[in-house]
Design a protein around this ligand. Structure first.
Ligand code: PLP
Length: 391
């Protein structure tokens, strides 16, 4: 504890350093590291999207703010996409363009949560969600998912976790870190609970287009009664490999939009205007890039699962149904402390992974691995791990 800590709020002091950023920092010192730590698409943004941004700059369209909720033509296109792909009967007036899904989620939580309100997080869950609940002065309540059933949603567990202080349930499906896709039946049961107890549901649907095998992405806001209880958060980051453009959006019932805007404006005023033009091109342009990304992740998922199966004395894994992440359990005793295990794996085998403890208490004893990388990177990492664990 540093003597100067009085300068920081209790709110931020309770937040742990990001294990993901820490592993990235440590990995920089390792030459020729096999890097499986980041949930960031390694492909570049498709050219036609960048070109649309360049055209908007040349036309002098991007130097000012847009409307705080975003460019009207982009909101129209998003409403069309939500109607077509998510089965949400959306209107442009129900959409706010945000600085990535992250700012949308932060705005959603700040608009819904009062100090001390409880937010249920089916876990393991995306580490940023935990921090966002804390920054909103809420209390995270971790409800373990069922690992043996592919980290599926424990609906009864959620029901049992409800107290008079429960204000919201926040989940991501497809999941970071486990790759699980919550199915429509489970989400309808979750909706019944939310409606019965007047609980908000905040969704993170960042990986909506990366779903494999017979699984299907389901948006809970497509259940007509849920529209009033749901804030759905989406992004261009994953779908179109637009990480650095910082562009996403939220959808909620029209009457709730002014409340969410009150928390969006002090943090962002509006999303970057150049990125809004890029996003417009992403939605209205060719969609082959999304199909190609999905095919690549499906194939890298299969390679990673095959390589993990060869190490079945060290790891036990559940096959991811979506996203480009997976969350194997470490079977050997050294894995009980996932942070120490990851640092050793980095230093001794030159493989960068993320410790499971970053994803909530039920994540301890696991590793998060990303398969949004070229095949060669996966094979290099696993060749090294095979040699390392043989020793
Ligand atoms: C579940 C999830 N939500 C949101 C994000 C970040 O999205 P954005 O770049 O749109 O803020 C990530 C990035 O890793 C993620 O995994």
């Amino acid at each position: 504890m540093n003597n100067d800590d009085w300068r920081a709020s209790n709110r931020v002091r309770q937040i742990q350093k990001s294990a993901i950023h820490e592993m990235t920092r440590l990995s920089k010192d390792i030459e020729d590291v096999a890097f499986l730590s980041w949930a960031k698409p390694t492909s570049g943004t498709p050219k036609h999207i960048g070109n649309a941004a360049i055209t908007a700059i040349k036309k002098g369209l991007v130097g000012g703010y847009s409307a705080t909720s975003g460019l009207p033509e982009l909101r129209e296109e998003i409403a069309k996409k939500l109607r077509r792909d998510n089965n949400i009967p959306a209107e442009a007036s129900e959409i706010i363009i945000t600085v990535g899904a992250i700012e949308g989620l932060a705005a959603a939580l700040m608009s819904a949560i009062d100090p001390g309100d409880e937010v249920i997080l089916p876990s393991p869950t995306y580490s940023t969600h935990i921090r966002q609940v804390l920054i909103a002065s809420g209390t995270p309540i971790f409800v373990p998912t069922i690992e043996e059933e592919g980290f599926s949603l424990d609906v009864e567990g959620v029901r049992n976790a409800i107290t008079p202080k429960t204000k919201a349930i926040l989940y991501c499906s497809p999941s970071n870190p486990s790759g699980t896709v919550f199915n429509a039946t489970q989400l309808r049961q979750l909706a019944d609970i939310a409606l019965k107890h007047n609980i908000m549901v905040i969704t993170d649907e960042a990986y909506e287009y990366f779903v494999y095998d017979e699984n299907k992405h389901f948006s809970i806001a497509s259940i007509p009664e849920m529209k009033k209880n749901t804030i759905s958060c989406f992004t261009f980051t994953k779908t179109y490999a637009m990480t650095g453009w910082r562009i996403g959006y939220v959808h909620a019932e029209k009457s709730l939009i002014p409340q969410i805007e009150k928390s969006h404006i002090p943090f962002a005023i509006c999303a970057p205007v150049v990125s809004q033009y890029a996003a417009l091109a992403a939605l209205t342009g060719p969609q082959e890039c999304v199909v190609k990304f999905r095919e690549h992740y499906l194939s890298t998922r299969n390679v990673m699962c095959e390589r993990l199966a060869r190490l079945n004395e060290i790891f036990e894994h559940q096959k991811p149904q979506g996203s480009y992440l997976m969350f194997p359990k470490i079977l050997i005793p050294e894995g009980r402390n996932s942070a120490t295990f990851c640092i050793k794996l980095l230093k001794d085998a030159k493989v960068s992974t993320t410790p499971g403890v970053a994803f909530g208490p039920t994540g301890e004893g696991h590793l998060r691995l990303s398969f949004c990388v070229p095949h060669d990177m996966i094979n290099k990492a696993f060749d090294r791990m095979e040699a390392y664990f043989k020793k």
